[in-house]
Design a protein around this ligand. Sequence first.
Ligand code: SAM
Ligand code: SF4
Length: 355
Amino acid sequence: MSVALGIPVRRRDPGERPDTTGRPETDALVDRFGRTAHDLRISITEKCSLRCTYCMPEEGLPSIPKDELLTPAEIARLVGIAARDLGVREVRFTGGEPLTRGDVVEIVALAHAAAPGIPLAMTTNAIGLDRLAAPLRDAGLTRVNISLDTLDREHFAELTRRDRLPRVLDGIDAAHAAGLARPLKINAVAMRATVDDAPALLAWCLEHDAQLRFIEQMPLDADEAWRREHMVTAAELLAALRTRFELTPVGRDDPSAPAEEWRVDGGPATVGIIASVTRNFCAACDRTRLTAQGTVRSCLFGDDETDLRHLLRSGASDAGIADRWRAAMWGKQAGHGIDAADFARPVRSMGAIGG
Ligand code: SAM
Ligand code: SF4
């Protein structure tokens, strides 16, 4: 066990190799449940310009010591290994808020150079994109997904503990202008305080040609306030949207796509709902994650992490790092188990993992 962000995480000893009994001979990132990871999420910071109640504590997360953060060159090396040796087809930078990291443009530029053919995306709250959208595009970023839960300024300020909605809207404009948001994709967490704002958010997205996806809130808030009986379910959200729109189910084209789509007022526009809790898609999960400190975390809900930073800094070869990453994936758990009687929340909250 080691202490990360002031909290204990079960982290393997750097020398300890995860058990790979039964693993087939393949370069790909496969696990014991027949899944293959193609989608890499990399958290690059624990810092954030907002304090969303479903994610961060009011005071923010404890700072990661600088020497524990992966450097841009280290991130790029891991992106190269993932793309070249492990079959990763898409990389997404996240956090915390990736735009708060001063060297974010360098990170994207080096990752792009290490894996030129791989789409590089970013999930962001858009604060700072007014300044960074064009440099990030020039560095090789392909697109951004923007998180925005409500267009009601007061509700936004309550939910995020910061009165910064205008800055988010400026960021969205800049992403559009830079060509990073074609189409514009908006993610919204379905929360009790904002569920009545959902129809207005959908109307705004339809006007702005944006694809909106709602996400059920998962028990990943640092404050540990999440309760199954209080969360807004996909069914409840659909009912709220249906007060204003006619919705018809389209289903899930790609089985590993987490969102189920609904046609709005006969189409062609759709709205997505990611029912991570009530209809989980763990069986089709194709993700592998790296934390900002360079540990592989195969599942949001699995505290069992494998340290690659130590390998990077102790002269390991690319092949050795790839091998340890494969071993970590082999140990991935079957699913989040939120509904199981013995469900235990992960130690890290969303902002400390990277959503
Ligand atoms: N700061 C960036 C942002 O907000 O887009 C990137 C990091 S954030 C952790 C990534 C995504 O996770 C966001 O879309 C956010 O809404 C979502 N998220 C955070 N906490 C969540 C929770 N408890 N349940 C579901 N989604 C959550
Ligand atoms: Fe920050 Fe994103 Fe977490 Fe909100 S969801 S607190 S913007 S990291």
